[in-house]
Write a protein that binds this ligand. Structure first.
Ligand code: ADP
Length: 503
């Protein structure tokens, strides 16, 4: 791939040879320079290094011999292609020149065609040489680019505020950034280059890395976990790194310090609890006053007044429920809700709640029944919290069941768990709403639920209480037919069997 006009230098003491070679080679479109002695030829080469593609060198010259010139040319640039012109049939000197690194030779006398063929071969070789050189430079350049890119990425990772920790598939920690070391409060040498299980990582972090690396199913599935470390809260997201065929090659963990978010959340909960607490007394007073008026203890009422005050009382009750839910929630978040765990039979708290709910069910002509059970096993639980669970579930069942429906509560045993169910013949829950049903403030929005007062907090409270007792809750529901909530709580004494069965 020759792009420029080839440049040839002819070094010969005989003018006739110089001119003859120039003429023949110029005809091929090649540019030719000449030198009448070895020294001058070397000067030309020194003056413009890299400019000659081939050199024709007469071996028989007065002054510096052709062999010496050849030596010096090779010393200047070993890539230069030198064709020696040998004297009449002196094969030995041609052999010697080739040994010294000449590319080719041409014995005198030669025809113009012989000269062209030899030079052309040298030029082709030169062209290949240049191409190889070009490719070598390109490769070097791209290697440099890769190295620069690598160091750029490393700089970026090192400057990140989030911690980064990378493990290979052999479970060795191969990369950490300063933020990760700072958050985990470990020196680099106690983690980098070590298997993560033998490093100073916290057990929670080791667990999610282990889960990620040992996962069998393919696809991108990240795991998140919050944990505390030295009075700080960290959140770790670990994702697998996979190759083209989906095999796990390692894991990347991004660590965030969420202590300030936790602090903000705590302040928010305290604020809500404080406001709810302050609102409760005056609203309860309003509700009592309304009850007094509605009971005609402050004089007669017109039908219209009674209707309006009844509505006001209903809304006030709704507000009191909201306040109670908010206070329960903030107690749960502060870890104060489930404080007094004791060996307990679920029978009693459920019976208590069913008795309390009876009036509400009767008001809607709903048949509420707690079916007899033979369960004798105890659970280790907080009594008030258990009442909280069933108050919410049973009151929901009544709220979301049309007049004349049925609500059934059952108690049974299943493996290492006590199982309680609350089922109704109500409106049911759509499949698409089920995943969010335990979220705070989530309420299903349909024409049937529009008129029903609620806060969307009840089920999230239920779920938090169940979780705090290491139990589980699930739902079976069919729109228009009814809903069943199933609560499983581990028996006393606690055995992990119940939890295993749930998984
Ligand atoms: P709310 O105060 O709105 O009742 P919850 O957290 O107790 O809040 O319930 C969340 C939502 O779940 C409700 O708004 C309702 O749409 C739905 N839901 C709860 N229990 C039932 C049930 N037994 N039948 C039908 N829908 C229900």
């Amino acid at each position: 791939m020759m792009t420029e006009q080839p440049h040839i230098l002819v070094i010969d003491d005989e003018q006739i040879m110089r001119e003859g070679c120039s003429r023949i080679l110029s005809k091929n479109g090649w540019s030719v320079a000449t030198a009448d002695a070895g020294e001058r030829g070397l000067e030309e080469i020194r003056r413009s290094p890299d400019s000659f593609d081939a050199i024709l060198l007469d071996l028989m010259m007065p002054g510096m011999s052709g062999m010496e010139v050849l030596d010096r040319i090779r010393a200047l640039d070993s890539n230069l292609l030198v064709i020696v012109i040998t004297g009449y049939a002196t094969v030995e000197s041609a052999v010697e020149a080739m040994k010294k690194g000449a590319y080719d030779f041409i014995p005198k006398p030669f025809t113009p065609d012989q000269l062209r063929i030899v030079v052309k071969r040298a030029l082709e070789r030169r062209s290949l040489q240049k191409e190889a050189e070009f490719l070598r430079r390109e490769r070097e350049k791209s290697l440099q680019d890769v190295a620069a890119e690598k160091s750029r990425i490393k700089t970026i990772i090192n400057c990140m505020g989030d911690g980064v920790l990378v493990c290979n598939r052999d479970e060795y920690i191969v990369l950490t950034n300063p933020a990760a070391l700072r958050m985990l409060n470990v020196p680099e040498e106690s983690v980098s280059g070590r298997p993560f299980s033998q490093s100073d990582l916290s057990p929670e972090l080791s667990k999610i890395i282990d889960e990620t690396l040992s996962r069998k199913e393919k696809g991108y599935l990240s795991v998140s976990q919050e944990f505390n470390l030295d009075e700080r809260f960290l959140r770790a997201h670990t994702a697998p790194v996979t190759n083209d065929s989906g095999e796990i090659m390692g894991s990347v963990t991004v660590l965030q310090d969420i202590s300030y978010l936790k602090e903000l959340d705590k302040m928010k909960s305290e604020f809500i609890a404080m406001v709810a607490h302050e609102l409760r007394a005056p609203i309860a007073a309003v509700e009592q006053q309304l009850t007094v008026i509605l009971n005609r203890m402050a004089g007669e009422l017109t039908e219209k007044q009674e209707k309006m005050l009844s509505r006001a009382k209903e809304r006030t009750k709704g507000l009191l429920t909201l306040i109670k839910d908010l206070l329960d929630l903030s107690k749960i978040e502060a870890g104060k809700m489930v404080q007094y765990k004791e060996p307990l039979s679920l029978q009693d708290p459920i019976q208590h709640v069913v008795d309390l709910m009876r009036a509400e069910a009767d008001n809607k002509r709903i048949d509420l029944q707690f079916l007899p059970s033979s369960v004798t096993s105890l659970i280790h639980a907080d009594r008030n919290s258990m009442e909280g669970i069933f108050t919410n579930l049973i009151s929901n069942a009544i709220k979301y069941t049309p007049e004349g429906g049925k609500v059934r509560v059952t108690l049974s045993e299943e493996g290492g768990c006590v199982k309680a169910t609350v089922s109704d013949t109500g409106i049911g829950i759509r499949k698409e709403d089920l995943p969010r049903i335990f979220d705070k403030f989530f309420r299903v929005k349909t024409s049937e639920t529009r008129e029903i007062i609620g806060t969307g907090l009840g089920l999230s409270i239920v779920k938090s209480i169940v979780d705090a007792h290491l139990g589980s809750i699930s739902i079976e529901s069919e729109v228009g037919k009814g809903t069943t909530f199933i609560v499983l709580l581990p028996k006393e004494p606690f055995s992990p069997a119940c939890i295993k069965e749930k998984e």
